[in-house]
Structures are given as structure tokens and as C-alpha cells.
Design a protein. Structure first.
Length: 314
């Protein structure tokens, strides 16, 4: 899959293409429907399937103080787009200057002159151009003027439209089941494994601690059953703790995964430090609880591991 980080990186005379426009945060079922339609239209028309997105998210440029947390990082988004069959992704650097283009300037510069679009796939609520002044009707009019078709995405036909907002709401409550339903997969985070305070190791539960700059929304505090995949592709069942452990004073909020069924070797030999891993959240087991001491916590951790193992069997 081609990845272009500026308009200038797209080869001259590129096309014909079928293009989808969006932030695609989380690549939920609605996004998957859009990109699936792009792929189908590209095959039918003998063109290339292209996704057009922005980095950073426009909200971070226009209203950084209220911008929503990103469900997934750019690298993870691009990897998911490749799995969905995109031939290329144009990641436009989003700036206030770029945002000043009129709807016609934006469409002409990006869709027509850069990507050679013959069709554009959009949702009924599409907005583009200066002040989000362009809508579906404007896109159709510009398509007629500039020589490309507009393919609207049909509604999914259920009570609530798949959306990134829905995913964020679910994760804020720790409802990873609903998040998975909207995403079409388990919610995940990715990041480097770093050294922590080693409290879990001292208690007999060595954990892989994700770096504070890990990509993906952190779900509500609690303990989850899930999976950890290391950089070599090995996938392990895991009990995942999210939050600042209230049993210990001065512990900052963190995500740490205890691998279940790790190799029968010394802890030191099963070393994930420095690796970039993916942690998937399958089921929330409980919220965070303050225990009277380490002994009660250890007993609860054994129960968490047993419950996680049972959930993840098979």
C-alpha cells in the first residue's frame, strides 16, 4: 500500500482513483463500510482505492482544548487500512492555512489534480472546505463540474449510526463489549514495554507496562481479560490492569498486562522490555478496589487470572 504524507509525494499524473475522505478514527464498522465500497468501486472502474485522511486530527488544530482522544494511532490506522485493501492513503498535514481553502479549491487541488479521482465515496453528513461549508450537495455539484461521480454511503439500518463518539463513550465506561461491537474487533492499544515499579514482579505477577505515550484510548480503570501480542507476532492471553493501583500510594495511571501461560522459564528470560506490543481488551472483570494489604491483593489477582483464562479459552 502506498502512503503519501504530502500532496507533493503523490506521483504526477496519478489515477484514475476512487477516493474516500475522513478522519477514520478507530476504523469502526461505518468506516469499514465506506472503505469496502471504495474498494468495490475501484475494482469495478479499474482504478485505485484511496483513503484521504488528515494528521493531526482537525479538531486538534481548531480546538485543542476540547479535541477528543484518538481511538487509535496513525500507524495502527494505516496498518488497518492496508488490511482493508486500500491501494494508497494520502495523509494530508492539517494546518490552519490548509483549512482556509474553499470547498472548490480543496476538491480541485486534492481530489482532481493530485489523486485523479473518478469517483468519491462520502457519507450523507460529509463536510469539507473552509468552515466546513461544503456538504453532500456541494460535492455532487463539484463532481458534475470537475468530472467525477459521487457515491453516497447508505445508512446502516439500525437505531444508532456507527461512530467514533460511540466508541469513546463505551470505553469511558469500561464497556469494551459495546466498543468491540461498534469497532468490529476488540479495542486495542499499542506501545513500548517499559520498566515500572516492579511491584507486580515482587507479588509474583510480573507485568508488561505500556509506555505513557502508547497509542489508543485507555479504557476506564479496572481489570480486563485480553490479549498481548509481542513484536514477533506471538499472542498471549493476559489479565490487564488499567489505572493507578489504589492499594499503593503514589502510583500514576498506567496500563499493565500479566501474560497468562508464559513459557516455563525464569521471569528474566521472558523479556518484553523495549518491544512494541499490542494489548487487546476483551472483557472487563471489575473496577479498581483498595485492599487492606498485599495478601488480599494477591488473592484477588489469582482470581482475576483464573477468570481471564476461562474467558479466553479456545
Amino acid at each position: 500500500m502506498h502512503i503519501w504524507n504530502t500532496l507533493e509525494q503523490v506521483p504526477a499524473g496519478f489515477g484514475p482513483s476512487v477516493v474516500a475522505l475522513g478522519n477514520f478514527d478507530g476504523l469502526h464498522r461505518g468506516h469499514q463500510q465506506v472503505l469496502g465500497l471504495v474498494k468495490a468501486e475501484a475494482v469495478r472502474r479499474g482504478g485505485q482505492a484511496i483513503a484521504l485522511t488528515f494528521d493531526p486530527h482537525p479538531a486538534l488544530v481548531h480546538r485543542p482544548e476540547t479535541a477528543p482522544a484518538q481511538i487509535m494511532g496513525l500507524a495502527d490506522k494505516l496498518a488497518a487500512m492496508e488490511k482493508l485493501g486500500m491501494d494508497g492513503v494520502l495523509v494530508v498535514p492539517y494546518t490552519l492555512e490548509f483549512a482556509q481553502q474553499t470547498p472548490e479549491e480543496f476538491v480541485r487541488n486534492v481530489f482532481v489534480d493530485t489523486l485523479g479521482a473518478r469517483a468519491v465515496v462520502v457519507g450523507h453528513d460529509v463536510r469539507f472546505g473552509r468552515g466546513n461549508s461544503g456538504d453532500l450537495a456541494a460535492m455532487v455539484a463539484l463532481g458534475t463540474q470537475l468530472g467525477f461521480d459521487v457515491v453516497p454511503v447508505q445508512d446502516e439500518g439500525h437505531d444508532r449510526r456507527w461512530s467514533s463518539t460511540w466508541v469513546r463513550e463505551a470505553l469511558a465506561k469500561g464497556d469494551v463489549d459495546t466498543a468491540a461491537e461498534v469497532l468490529g474487533r476488540w479495542h486495542s492499544m499499542s506501545g513500548e514495554v517499559v520498566h515500572g515499579a516492579a511491584r507486580g514482579r515482587a507479588l509474583g505477577f510480573p507485568t508488561a507496562n505500556l509506555s505513557p505515550d502508547a497509542c489508543g484510548i485507555i479504557p476506564a480503570d479496572g481489570v480486563y481479560a485480553g490479549w498481548l501480542t509481542d513484536q514477533h507476532g506471538h499472542r498471549w492471553r493476559a489479565a490487564i490492569s488499567v489505572g493507578s493501583n489504589p492499594t499503593f500510594v503514589g502510583v500514576s495511571r498506567q496500563v499493565e498486562a500479566f501474560v497468562i501461560g508464559r513459557p516455563e522459564e525464569p521471569v528474566e528470560a521472558f523479556d518484553l522490555y523495549g518491544q512494541r506490543v499490542v494489548v487487546e481488551f476483551v472483557r472487563r472483570l471489575r473496577g479498581m478496589v483498595t485492599y487492606t494489604g498485599p495478601e488480599a491483593l494477591i488473592e484477588q489477582m489469582h482470581q482475576d487470572v483464573d477468570q481471564s483464562r476461562e474467558i479466553l479459552q479456545g
